[in-house]
Design a protein around this ligand. Structure first.
Ligand code: PLP
Length: 480
């Protein structure tokens, strides 16, 4: 494609994107397709001749877009609300144009240094103390963290000697609450530690880790020959957004010499708001901390930030320079080569979208939007509390509401579970808005998650009306 054609189609695509964003609320939020529909619409053989760009773009509109669940719609309120805002969309276009790999400083000096500066801006906005090394990953990078944490244990030398066949190797253990994210289990599998290496600790009534139970578990494991090496605290659990008591966990980690990682993937950015700064209390004592701007900081996927006070531990775990990547800057120690801190060569220029987002909104703009999301969630929670047919299942303190339908005519928990599942399926199938669900203490729980910049009071009202309609239809359909 020559420059003129790129200009022509580039303008066309930008126009299309602007129209799409403007009208995304008119599209069904949940893709109205069945498994296999999209495949059936696509040729099963690759093209032998190049095709016209007009035809390709027409197929994007005709086949791809209807097959998408519209995460970028203000009516998407499932899982955690996310936004790809304008600055990030434009940054992704530029990133595609530059197509750099920041494996070495010299292969992308601006990408490497902008990442350091931007993450230091974010650190300042979050009120975290310097120095803190930061790097952007595709996801929360818990596998990297646990690999570094176990390498940090004196005498194990797993990087060099591995785990297999070593009879003297203690059984390693790490801890998190039963509400922690499933990426921990995946990391344990991937690192060859096995699922048993993760000991899940019970939570209190507010779904926070029970620190006394954690202490007991560590002592018990020590007695039984396990080797505890890390604790993962969660600031903003996936189901409820509850916040573990990081300070008390940090005390334990210091006492037992354990690596403390804080998973603040969703809720970390709440600390931008002065009144919510408490969510990161104690995190200055963590060895590492992850926060995902691709969740609640209006930045498109992928942008997950890993901060650490111990970059040398990540280097000791991953640094490896083959002959073909030798470079004078690294030998002189003058420059950071980001490949030294990751499992694979870090391609791309992810700091660009975060930098452009932070500059476009500014601290005040970010705080205003996050605070508005919390207000909207509180408003919805108030409606739930005021209604005799619904109940809150967790006090709303950030931008997620956990609730369920609970008409007085139904008291049986199993029937309530089924009722709520059917209500959710009805609401989502309508395509008018999208919510998700979880289980809290065994109870099927609906979740309304606000985090999209296009979610306003109108969308929250719409969701509430849809829920009411679905409940009425279900109660009409199912004799109580
Ligand atoms: N941690 C928490 C608490 C989460 O809720 C999630 C996802 O929702 C993750 C980690 C993983 O997020 P990601 O894969 O975007 O890094």
């Amino acid at each position: 494609m020559d420059a003129e054609a790129l200009r022509h189609y580039g303008h066309q695509v930008v126009d299309w994107i602007a129209n799409y964003i403007q009208s995304v609320h008119t599209r069904p939020v949940l893709a109205q397709v069945k498994p296999g529909d999209i495949q059936d619409m696509l040729p099963s053989h690759p093209p032998s001749q190049g095709e016209e760009m007009d035809q390709i773009l027409a197929d994007v509109e005709r086949i791809i877009v209807p097959g998408l669940t519209q995460w970028n719609s203000g009516r998407f309120m499932g899982y955690f609300g996310v936004t790809s805002a304008g600055p990030g969309i434009l940054a992704n276009m530029l990133e595609g144009a530059f197509n750099v790999s920041r494996m070495l400083w010299k292969t992308a000096p601006a990408a490497t240094e902008l990442e350091q500066v931007t993450l230091d801006w974010l650190r300042q906005m979050l009120g975290l103390p310097a120095p803190l090394f930061g790097m952007i990953h595709h996801n929360s990078a818990i596998t990297n963290v646990l690999a570094a944490a176990r390498e940090f244990v004196p005498g194990l030398h797993i990087r060099q000697q591995g785990l297999a066949g070593r009879k003297e190797m203690p059984r390693l253990r790490f801890y998190a609450s039963e509400e922690a994210h499933s990426s921990l289990e995946k990391a344990a599998i991937l690192l060859g530690l096995g699922l048993e290496s993760l000991r899940k600790i019970e939570t209190d009534d507010a779904y926070r880790i029970n620190v006394e139970a954690l202490d007991q578990a560590i002592r018990e494991d020590l007695r039984e020959g396990w080797w505890p090496f890390a604790v993962v605290a969660t600031v903003g659990t996936t189901s409820t957004t509850s916040v573990d008591p990081v300070e008390s966990i940090a005390d334990l980690c210091e006492r037992y010499g354990l690596w403390l990682h804080v998973d603040a993937a969703y809720a970390g950015v709440a600390a931008l708001m002065p009144e919510k700064r408490w969510v990161l209390r104690g995190c200055e004592r963590a060895d590492s901390l992850s926060i995902n701007p691709h969740k609640w900081l209006f930045t498109p996927f992928h942008c997950s930030v890993l901060y650490t006070r111990r970059p040398q531990a990540l280097r000791a775990t991953f640094s490896l320079t083959p002959d073909y990547l030798q470079n004078t800057e690294s030998r002189s120690g003058q420059a950071i080569n980001l490949m030294d801190y990751d499992t694979s060569l870090p391609h791309g220029f992810p700091a660009l979208k975060l930098w452009m987002t932070l500059r476009y909104f500014g601290y005040d703009g970010l705080v205003a939007n996050i605070a508005e999301h919390c207000r909207l969630a509180r408003l919805f929670a108030d409606w739930v509390e005021a209604s005799s047919d619904w109940e809150l299942l967790f006090p709303t303190h950030l931008s997620v509401v956990c609730f369920r339908a609970h008409p007085w005519t139904i008291q049986n928990e199993e029937r309530l579970d089924h009722l709520n599942e059917r209500v959710l399926n009805r609401v989502n199938a309508s395509g008018r808005c999208f919510l998700s669900a979880t289980r809290l203490k065994g109870r099927y729980t609906l979740r309304l998650a606000i985090g999209n910049l296009r979610t306003h009071e109108e969308e929250v009202h719409l969701a509430w009306n849809e829920l009411h309609t679905a409940l009425r239809q279900e109660l009409g359909a199912t004799p109580t």
